[in-house]
Design a protein around this ligand. Structure first.
Ligand code: SF4
Length: 395
C-alpha cells in the first residue's frame, strides 16, 4: 500500500490509449489520444481552441458527455462533420460501463462500474421516500483507498488508482441513465427519480485525488454539465488537514469529516492518518474552512461497539465540537466479514445520542441503508474484482 499521506498515484488516464485498448481488446493504430475525462471545463475549452474552434464548442461537447451520456463523437450532431472527425482522432471517451446493479429492499441501489483498464468502481443511489428531491448519490473518487481505516471494507483493497475528473462525474451520468431506463421498464409513464444531492463518500479519500476532484466538481456544477449546485455536494475526508482549507477556497461545496474517535489513541488505532494529523490538527483545519451563514460542517462518527461508543466518548465529543457550527451523524457500524468490529446495541446508540442532544448539538443517527446489498457506509468494495487490486473480493 502506498503512503496515505502523499499523492502517490498518477492520474488515471495516460495520454496514450495503447495499454487501455489492449486491455479491452480494441484495435490500436498507434495514434496518441487524450482521455476527454482528464479534462476539466477550462482544459476542454483550451483544447478546442488548439483545433481553431471557438471555446463554445467545449460547452457543446460537455453537454453531450455529461448531460446526455453520449460517448461517440460521431453522434454529437450539432458539431460539424470535420470537427467530429478531428475530435475522434485526438480524444477518446473512457466511459464507465455498468457492470452490476443491485437494488435493495429500501430502494437503495448499488452500482459497480467497469472503468477502462478493467478496474471496478462503485456508487450508491439512496432514495429519500419522504423528500424525493433529496435523493442522494454517493460516488467514489478512487479505486480502493490508501488510508487503511480499520472499519472500512474499501481499505482492504489498498489504493488501486485515482479516478479521472470525468470518471468521477460519469458515475452520476450512468446512474441517471439507469434510473431513467429502470423507470421506463416499470411503466412507460413513470418519471425517473431525480438526484438532488451528491456525496463523495464512496471508495477513496477525495482530498488525496485533489486535482481531479476539483475539476470534477467544476464539471458537476457547470451549466454544461449535470448542473448540481455546489451547495448540494458534500466532500467527506478522513482528515487530510492541509487540503481542507484549500477545498474551502477552491470550491463552494459542503465539508464532512469522518471523525470516529475522541482521543488520539483510539483514532490512530482505527484511522492511521491520525498519526500524521491528529484530532487537534484536524479540528484546527476545520476552523479554517470558510462557512457561509446557515451552513454547517458534518462530523461523521461511526459507532464501534466497545471502542468509541462510551458515555465518556460522547461527553468528549461534545467538548471537541462545541465551538463548531456543525451537525453530527452517528453511524452504527455496518458489520461485514472482513472486520472484527461490532455494531453497538440500540440502547448504547440511544444513550450516546442523548448526551449529544442534551448538549444541544444537532445529532442524527443514520439508519443503515442498503446493508442487504452491502451498500451501507464502509461496505463498498465487496464486489471489486479489479485486476490490480491487492485483494480481490469476489462475491
Ligand atoms: S473510510 Fe474512506 S478514507 Fe478510510 S479507508 Fe475507507 S474509503 Fe478510505
Amino acid at each position: 500500500m502506498g503512503s496515505p499521506l502523499t499523492d502517490p498515484v498518477p492520474m488515471s488516464m495516460s495520454s496514450s490509449r495503447t495499454d487501455l485498448d489492449l486491455d479491452l481488446g480494441r484495435a490500436t493504430d498507434g495514434a496518441s489520444q487524450t482521455s476527454v475525462f482528464d479534462l476539466g471545463p477550462g482544459d476542454l475549452a483550451a483544447f478546442v481552441q488548439t483545433l481553431n474552434e471557438p471555446a463554445y464548442r467545449a460547452a457543446q461537447i460537455s453537454r453531450w458527455l455529461y448531460q446526455r451520456g453520449v460517448t461517440d463523437f460521431e453522434a454529437m450532431s450539432d458539431l460539424s462533420k470535420g470537427l467530429r472527425q478531428r475530435l475522434a482522432e485526438r480524444l477518446f471517451v473512457p466511459a464507465l460501463r455498468v457492470h452490476r446493479v443491485e437494488r435493495g429492499v429500501d430502494g437503495t441501489t448499488k452500482y459497480a462500474f467497469r472503468a477502462w483498464g478493467g478496474d471496478v468502481v462503485e456508487a450508491v443511489f439512496i432514495p429519500d421516500a419522504s423528500a424525493p428531491g433529496r435523493n442522494t448519490l454517493c460516488i467514489s473518487s478512487q479505486v480502493g483507498c490508501a488510508l487503511d481505516c480499520k472499519f472500512c471494507l474499501t481499505a482492504s483493497l489498498g489504493l488501486v488508482r485515482n479516478l479521472a475528473p470525468g470518471e468521477i462525474v460519469d458515475q452520476l451520468t450512468r446512474v441517471r441513465l439507469d434510473l431513467e431506463a429502470e423507470a421506463i421498464r416499470q411503466s412507460p409513464e413513470a418519471t425517473a427519480p431525480q438526484i438532488g444531492n451528491i456525496v463523495l463518500m464512496g471508495m477513496g479519500e477525495p482530498l488525496q485525488n485533489y486535482g481531479a476532484l476539483v475539476k470534477a466538481l467544476e464539471i458537476m456544477s457547470s451549466e454544461d454539465g449535470p448542473k448540481i449546485s455546489p451547495r448540494r455536494i458534500t466532500v467527506s475526508t478522513a482528515g487530510l488537514a492541509p487540503k481542507i482549507a484549500r477545498l474551502g477556497r477552491d470550491t463552494a461545496v459542503n465539508l464532512a469529516i469522518s471523525l470516529n474517535a475522541t482521543t488520539d489513541a483510539v483514532r490512530t488505532q482505527i484511522m492511521p492518518i491520525n498519526a500524521r494529523w491528529n484530532i487537534e490538527a484536524l479540528l484546527a483545519a476545520c476552523r479554517g474552512f470558510p462557512l457561509e451563514r446557515r451552513r454547517r460542517i458534518t462530523f461523521e462518527y461511526v459507532l464501534l461497539g466497545g471502542v468509541n461508543d462510551s458515555d465518556e466518548d460522547a461527553r468528549r465529543l461534545v467538548r471537541l465540537l462545541r465551538s463548531f457550527r456543525c451537525k453530527v451523524n452517528l453511524i452504527p457500524f455496518n458489520e461485514h466479514p472482513y472486520s472484527a468490529f461490532e455494531r453497538p446495541s440500540p440502547g448504547r446508540v440511544a444513550a450516546f445520542q442523548a448526551i449529544l442532544s442534551r448538549a444541544r448539538m444537532t445529532v442524527l443517527v443514520r439508519t443503515p441503508r442498503g446493508d442487504d446489498i452491502s451498500a451501507a457506509c464502509g461496505q463498498l468494495g465487496a464486489l471489486v474484482e479489479s485486476p490490480r487490486s491487492r485483494l480481490a473480493i469476489v462475491s
